[in-house]
Design a protein around this ligand. Structure first.
Ligand code: NAD
Length: 281
C-alpha cells in the first residue's frame, strides 16, 4: 500500500511561509498583486483561475483580472501586457495558454517583463531553468513536484528518474530540475517505445502526458515514488490523473493523488512567486 503524498499538506506548509512574507510586505505598505490575463472562456482556465485566486487571496495577495474575448486582436493583448509591465502596483502576471491560433504565442509570451513572469513563460525565465542560473521564476507545476519531493524528504541523488511528457510547461523543466537534484533522468514522450518498461525502471516517476490512466499496469514496481501531474476527466466525468491509481497504489512506495496532489501545490508555488516578485520590486 503506497504512502499518499498529500499535496494539501505541502501547500499548507508553503502557504504558511508565504503568509509571513505578505505580512512583512504589508508592514511596509506593499500588497503583492497578481494580474491574471485570460483570453476566452476555457473551462480548464476558469477552474485554475478560481483555485489560484482563492489560494492567493488566502495568503494576502491581491488578484486582478483582465479577460479578453476569444477573437480579441493580438495587439489588444499586447497592450494589456505592456500596461502590466509599466504598472508598478502589479508584481506578477499569469497568462493562460495556449492562446487562440490567430495570435503569435511566442511574441506575446516574450512581451512580458521577466521580473513579473511568475509562471516562466518568457524565454529568459526558461533559460534560467535550463542553465541553472536564477534568471527568472521556474514554471509552477514542475516546481510543485520538487516541493513535494523536498517536503517528504525524498532524496533524488543517484536515483533513476523518469518523466513522461516533454512539454516546455511541465516535462522538460521537470527533467532539468531532477538533474539539478542529481537524479539520472529519462524523458519519455509519444514516440517512446516500451513506455511501461521505461516507467518500471524509475525510482521516481513523474507522469505529465495529459492522458487519463496511460501509466497503468506494468509501469510500477516496489520502492517507486510516483508523482502524477496529469489533470484529465475520465469517462465517468471525474477528475483523474495520468496514473491508474488503483494499479499503482498496491505496488509503489508513495504516490500523489489526483485531485489533492501536484495541482494543490502548483497554486501555492504561484503565490510564493508573486510575493517574491513583490519583494524584488
Ligand atoms: P502537453 O499536451 O503540452 O504535453 C504532453 C506531453 O506528453 C507531450 O510532450 C507528449 O509527447 C507526451 N505524451 C502525450 N501522450 C503520451 C503517451 N501516450 N505516451 C507518452 N508520452 C505522451 O501537456 P502539458 O501542458 O505538459 O500538461 C501535461 C498534463 O499535466 C496535462 O494533463 C495537464 O492538464 C496537466 N497539468 C497539470 C498542472 C498541475 O498543476 N497539476 C499544471 C499544468 C498541466
Amino acid at each position: 500500500m503506497a504512502h499518499i503524498l498529500s499535496g494539501k499538506e505541502v501547500a499548507a506548509a508553503l502557504d504558511a511561509a508565504t503568509r509571513e512574507r505578505t505580512l512583512a510586505l504589508a508592514a511596509k505598505g506593499i500588497t503583492p498583486t497578481l494580474l491574471i490575463i485570460r483570453v476566452g472562456e476555457n473551462p480548464g482556465d476558469l477552474s485554475y483561475e478560481r483555485g489560484a485566486t482563492r489560494r492567493c487571496e488566502a495568503v494576502g495577495i491581491r488578484c486582478l483580472k483582465t479577460v479578453l474575448p476569444e477573437d480579441a486582436e493580438q495587439d489588444d493583448l499586447l497592450q494589456v501586457i505592456r500596461e502590466a509591465n509599466a504598472d508598478a502596483s502589479v508584481h506578477g502576471v499569469l497568462l493562460f495558454r495556449p492562446l487562440p491560433r490567430h495570435m503569435n504565442q511566442a511574441l506575446i509570451e516574450n512581451a512580458l517583463a521577466p521580473a513579473k513572469d511568475v509562471d516562466c513563460m518568457t524565454d529568459l525565465s526558461l533559460a534560467g531553468v535550463f542553465t541553472g542560473k536564477k534568471l527568472g521564476f521556474p514554471p509552477c507545476t514542475p516546481q510543485a513536484c520538487m516541493e513535494i519531493l523536498d517536503h517528504f524528504g525524498i532524496d533524488c541523488t543517484g536515483k533513476r528518474a523518469v518523466v513522461i511528457g516533454r512539454s516546455l510547461v511541465v516535462g522538460k523543466p521537470a527533467a532539468m530540475m531532477l538533474l539539478k537534484k542529481n537524479a539520472t533522468v529519462t524523458v519519455c514522450h509519444t514516440r517512446t517505445k516500451d513506455l511501461a518498461e521505461r516507467a518500471r525502471e524509475a525510482d521516481i516517476l513523474i507522469a505529465a502526458a495529459g492522458r487519463a490512466g496511460i501509466v497503468g499496469e506494468g509501469c510500477f514496481r516496489e520502492g517507486q515514488i510516483v508523482l502524477d501531474v496529469g489533470i484529465n476527466v475520465n469517462e465517468e466525468g471525474k477528475l483523474c490523473g495520468d496514473v491508474d491509481f488503483a494499479a499503482a497504489e498496491p505496488v509503489a512506495e508513495a504516490i500523489t493523488p489526483v485531485p489533492g496532489g501536484v495541482g494543490a501545490v502548483t497554486t501555492s508555488v504561484l503565490a510564493r512567486h508573486v510575493v517574491e516578485a513583490a519583494e524584488n520590486a
